[in-house]
Ligand binder design. Sequence first.
Ligand SMILES: [Fe+2]
Length: 357
Amino acid sequence: MESVKDSWKQRAGKKSPFHEWCDNEGLKVVGGFGVADLRTLPLEHWERMGGPAAYCHLEGSQGFVGAMAGEIPPGKSLKPMRHLYEEQILILEGRGATQFWSQEGQVTLEWQAGSLFSPPLNTKHQHFNGSSTEPVRFVAVNNAPLIVNIFKLPEFIFDAPYDFTNRFSGQRDFFSSDFKPSDLEDTAVNFIPDVEAVVLNDHPERGAGFSRLGIHLSGNSMVGHIMAIKSGTYKKAHRHHAGAQVIVLRGKGYSLMWQPGGDFIRVDWQRGSLLVPPEGWYHHHFTTSREAARHLALRRGLKGIGHNWQPSLSEHDGGNMLEHEDEPPEIRRMYEAELAKEGIPFQMPPLARARAN
Ligand SMILES: [Fe+2]
């Protein structure tokens, strides 16, 4: 019996195909629960991309989605690439352009810090730095872990001769920044010039001072949302699937993440931070700055796969959002103490009823 147990342990401890691939590629991997600043995260040369990179596969990525921080040196371009994983790219610093190829011709998209776009699946593209003096720093949230864990073979993933013309066939106006209705999220939009300028919708049912806009880019399966949490407020805790990459665009604060019955993991954040809540863990985001916090969450999508989490529906109605009245009471006390340290007023409405404890 012992040897069977040992062999299970050995298998469970084995590296995933994705992590083995990163080792073989010489692509630096970053773990943990959070990254303090994607803009200053140390990178190392990744030959396939032709520039410096680091792959953030945090605890909550769980083999689905991660965030690759990358840089385009001043006056340079990265190598042209196509790949069978989907990617949503946020420009953190700098300006430049990306060229996309299709059978029908080429399309060029110009971008700057704050821009968000998603290369349509398997479309050949190349990124160029538009400055001869400043680097471009970007973060590409992608489902490479999922795709590499399935297919394993880089020559297939990076050289599959198939054009998904149902997603992109060279339309000159493809990267339009018009918001259109979407059945997957609130809106479909293929290019957001500045994520900080997007107008959000108030959602007080998810937290006092909380606003949000769901986005779906380039007809891919990945989705996302931009959200804001006002000064002196925090969002109701909720739980959902793995791999949601939360990137902080503005403001300062911290998040608490915990497994039901487990200890709190605290991640402090500011502009440029990344955090990823693991599947099924409660998480709260607390703003401690005078300005509202604004986050961009880029997620795996894949409706119908795995547990059907409902993070915007109260647990009282069968969903996975924890009402303030039901949260551990020390959470609110900790937040009030954090705000007092910063001299920022607490703006949360009083609890509707005291929790029995
Ligand atoms: Fe979340």
